[in-house]
Design a protein around this ligand. Structure first.
Ligand code: NAD
Length: 351
């Protein structure tokens, strides 16, 4: 029997989660809820997705705007096993009593705090501890990438300490007419930035510090890391530990992938939905190892990276798949995730 899923908040993350749910053979998208009345939610109707009103007042304005409303959020929850709440930061936490009353399981996103659910999720790191729970929080885009990459090195017994700098995008492309910064870089006002501590909600043993800044572009984040290893290691050993993780892809300067926009363009050329990249893209030919220190940089496609994690979180909570690696493999195959984006990477030869 399919897992019946609802998505509340059909925005940047919600619309992608809705599409991914529809693609999974073991899931059914019952419908989406929102408060919007414009093209964003009317697109869902055009795609044949049932649209529900997330609040009473939204129901009236949506109907007045000509959005065919299938019912209330409570109606939607009544047909649902798991709700994914992708409403803006802080809205989701206030919805919890409603979800509890409906007896549905809940996946929240990174805008909410760890304390709200008591469990934070990245599939490769802690799928097992989410199995059968009532709720979890898929951590933010940056935190997901940190857990994937540092977690892989920790699993390989190589990571002692990590210090990272995060250059974040200013705003999402669909919001760039409303705000964002131009021609500058704005460092965050305190160190550590929240992403390092947030990664510890999934991997408590990490020794990690992050410093972050916002830059004036709209697509994807860029991380730079200095890593203290547990022992002197070779470049191949470090790469081997990273290759053993499921959701890291390897890109190369030698292939002409020399900046964030080039990878974004590659994703479009690969025919990915919305040009999305669900993998962390790590520059293989930039990675350096000197004795017991390693240095690396990677790209995080913030609008998409949490989508496969959310799909796995749905399976973990519903308990239909108890093994994380099995769920990850199912999700990744359906989405078409990969470790290499080019058929014969020119830069695959040793430096
Ligand atoms: N945008 C990113 O890059 C990104 C990445 C990872 C995680 N997240 C997290 O995902 C969550 C959603 O972020 P987003 O960027 O998709 O937001 P968004 O603003 O793009 O989308 C939110 C959607 O919720 C709707 N909405 C607003 N109030 C609502 C309500 N009361 N009930 C139902 N729907 C309501 C909005 O109309 C909109 O469609 C946040 O927790 C955010 O921190 C965002």
């Amino acid at each position: 029997m399919s897992i019946r899923v609802a998505v509340n908040g059909y925005g940047v993350i919600g619309k992608r989660v809705a599409d991914a749910v529809r693609a999974m053979p073991d899931m059914e998208l019952v419908g989406v809820a929102d408060v919007a009345t414009d093209w964003r939610i009317r697109t869902a109707t055009g795609l044949g997705i049932a649209v529900y009103a997330a609040t009473d007042s939204a129901g009236d304005t949506m109907r007045e705007a000509g959005v065919p409303v299938a019912g209330t959020l409570t109606d939607l929850l009544g047909q649902t096993d798991v709700v994914v709440d992708t409403t803006p930061k802080k809205v989701a936490a206030a919805n919890l009593p409603l979800y509890e009353a409906a007896g549905v399981k809940v996946v929240l996103q990174g805008g909410e705090s760890h304390a709200t659910t008591g469990h934070s999720f990245v599939a490769q790191a802690n799928y097992a501890s989410a199995v059968g729970r009532d709720m979890t929080r898929v951590v933010s885009c940056n935190t997901t990438s940190i857990v994937r990459v540092l977690g892989a090195l920790q699993d390989g017994g190589l990571l002692a300490r990590a210090r990272g700098v995060l250059i974040r995008r200013a705003t999402d492309p669909g919001e760039s007419h409303r705000g964002g910064i131009m021609n500058t870089v704005a460092p965050e006002a305190s160190i550590p930035s929240h992403q390092g501590p947030d990664a510890k909600t999934v991997l408590p043993g990490l020794d990690v510090v992050t410093i972050a800044a916002k830059a004036s572009h709209t697509q994807t984040h860029n991380h730079f890391w200095t890593l203290q290893l547990t022992r002197p290691a070779s470049r191949e050993e470090v790469l081997g530990a990273l290759r053993a993780a499921p959701r890291i892809a390897f890109i190369r300067m030698a292939d002409g992938l020399t900046a964030l926009n080039t990878t974004v363009e590659l994703m479009r050329d690969l025919g990915r939905p919305r040009g999305d990249m669900w993998e962390v893209a790590l520059w293989e030919d930039v990675l350096s190892v000197e004795g017991d220190e390693a240095y690396l940089t990677y790209q995080v496609y913030n609008e998409a990276i949490v989508v496969p994690e959310t799909i796995d979180a749905i399976r973990a909570l519903s308990g239909t798949v108890t093994d994380g690696a099995t769920s990850i493999a199912m999700t990744d195959e359906v989405l078409g995730m990969r470790q290499e984006f080019l058929p014969v990477p020119l830069g695959a030869r040793e430096r």
